[in-house]
Write a protein that binds this ligand. Structure first.
Ligand SMILES: Cc1cc2nc3c(=O)[nH]c(=O)nc-3n(C[C@H](O)[C@H](O)[C@H](O)COP(=O)(O)OP(=O)(O)OC[C@H]3O[C@@H](n4cnc5c(N)ncnc54)[C@H](O)[C@@H]3O)c2cc1C
Length: 468
């Protein structure tokens, strides 16, 4: 069977695949994209953004943000079905699907629906509902994403046992939810469900600290905020066994037994490589089942690139998009830009939300880098007081003696937006005086940057700094 021939074949329509395909097509390349799911957009469109929509709905319904400000205590009365609660998520999901389809269409990308498998290093077989076909590509981009880990000790076939791909299909809100894993997804869902009014939400995490990659002060504050919401923690501990219910019974390593209406397992993700028959193309995997790449996103087979979750890292849509674009910039020598941005932000949609970029305080200490910390709390900022954010904090880390900005950490309302000023400042090589010299809106959360910088200056004057 002779296959259609392309400059580029992209496998997967998630953030890495869509942006990689569009980039190459924009520069005149003939591009095919293969997608096995019925909708476009991968994990972020099918679960990520709809999850954020659920969060907005939960905050709106519970009146959470305004409750103390206006002296009201509203709480969700439980009469809402999950189906209605998911309404906004579905609307947003459909919009994303349409936008991505339109983007691929606008760039004249040929979309092939079906599962892609390597026949050899230049040939992809696509198995779809209407049969199979072969595609030939000079360059191939693997952007197949990741799937939740499913430990064998958890009975995933049983009712009310979910992972992050299936939790949004839940039919009824449970009264209690046990979450295995205190990483991003576990913490985000714990906050969301607790705000919705579940009686009990537990997080069981193998380490003492939730979000271990975050700045320690920020992750401790988040834990305090979550505990104040009513989330209960079992740390360090782990789920050894789950027995079918109802209720489900969880035996923890510590000997604790929990009874829960539902369980969410959020214990990391693994690369989607099994169906690809990578051995037919000679592409190697690492010991974690991920595809190793060089700085240009080339696998060990130079014309086969990989980007996004399937190569590991922080597994973020924002990063995956940049990687897809950069990979294609290298593959086709596009005069585009020389690398993925030097600083990659992380956004976590807990309640309160968190965002960070650059170094953490414990990271700088471990590396023996002299630095000073500047902090300012939302409740000491007029806009922060207006919105009534009690946990909010902006924390800046500056090197010494250069006073160069090395890290930005935010917890509080709008953290994922507020980080942008610090991110751009870091990219431009800002120092402490950059923020002192800048005039920010009043009243605004952005002004936190100025006051955190003043705080850092005060600490330098007092000698309240870290020197190894
Ligand atoms: C619950 C949740 C919340 C998240 N929230 C955020 C967030 O707020 N912000 C953020 O930046 N990131 C978030 N992420 C992470 C983000 O979703 C991923 O990092 C991102 O989607 C990875 O993009 P990707 O292109 O690598 O892969 P994916 O988005 O996983 O897309 C891969 C695509 O490839 C297709 N595919 C796989 N194998 C084949 C095959 N053999 N043939 C054909 N098609 C195939 C799949 O169907 C899929 O559509 C979240 C993830 C989850 C699970």
């Amino acid at each position: 069977m002779e296959g259609a021939t392309y400059d580029l074949i992209v496998i997967g329509s998630g953030p890495a695949g869509e942006k990689g395909a569009a980039k190459a097509a924009y520069f005149g390349k003939k591009v095919a994209l293969v997608e096995e799911a019925s909708g476009y957009g991968g994990a972020v469109a099918s679960t990520g953004v709809p999850g954020k929509a659920m969060r907005e709905t939960a905050l709106y319904l519970s009146g959470f943000l305004q409750r103390d400000l206006h002296g009201l205590t509203l709480s969700y009365d439980g009469s809402l079905t999950v189906d209605r609660f998911m309404h906004r998520g579905r609307t947003v999901r459909q919009a994303l699907d349409q936008w991505i389809g339109a983007n691929l269409d606008r760039h004249h990308v040929d979309v092939h629906h079906g599962r892609a498998t390597f026949v050899d290093a230049h040939t992809i077989s696509v198995e779809g509902a209407t049969g199979s076909r072969l595609l030939e590509g000079a360059v191939i981009l693997i952007a197949t994403g990741s799937t939740p880990n499913r430990p064998p000790t958890i009975p995933f076939g049983e009712p009310n046992v979910y992972d992050s791909d299936t939790i949004q299909r839940m039919e009824r809100l449970p009264r209690s939810l046990a979450i295995a894993g205190g990483g991003t997804i576990g913490c985000e869902y714990a906050c969301l469900f607790k705000v919705l009014g579940l009686d009990e939400v537990w997080i069981i995490n193998s380490g003492q600290r939730i979000l271990p990659f975050a700045d320690e002060e920020i992750s401790s504050l988040l834990r305090e905020a979550m505990a104040a919401l009513g989330v209960l923690f079992h740390t360090p501990d782990s789920v050894e066994r789950v027995k079918a219910g109802p209720p489900l019974t969880l035996d923890l390593r510590s000997g604790t037994r929990l009874e829960a209406d539902a369980v969410l397992v959020a214990l990391g993700r693994r690369g989607n490589v099994a169906a690809l028959s990578l051995e037919n193309a000679g592409v190697r995997l690492d010991e974690h089942g991920l595809i190793p790449v060089n700085e240009h996103f080339q696998t060990n087979v130079p014309h086969i690139y990989a980007a996004g979750d399937v190569i590991g890292g922080h597994a973020l849509a924002s990063t995956a998009m940049e990687e897809g674009r950069m990979a294609m910039g290298h593959a086709f020598d596009l005069k585009y830009k020389s690398g993925v941005g030097p600083f990659l932000p992380i956004g976590i949609w807990t309640i309160p939300e968190i965002s960070m970029v650059g170094e953490t305080e414990q990271g700088l200490r471990a590396k023996g880098v002299a630095h000073v910390v500047g902090r300012w709390r939302y409740d000491a900022n007029p806009r922060g007081m207006l919105i009534g954010e009690q946990w909010g904090l902006l924390k800046l880390l500056f090197s010494l003696p250069e006073e160069k900005l090395l890290g930005v950490h935010v917890i509080g309302d709008n953290a994922c937006e507020l980080i942008a000023a610090g991110l751009v400042a870091m990219t431009l090589g800002a120092t402490c005086s950059t923020f002192i010299d800048t005039c920010f809106n009043y009243p605004s959360l952005s002004d936190l940057y100025k006051y955190a910088a003043y705080d850092a200056m005060g600490r330098m004057d007092r000698g309240d700094v870290y020197r190894p």
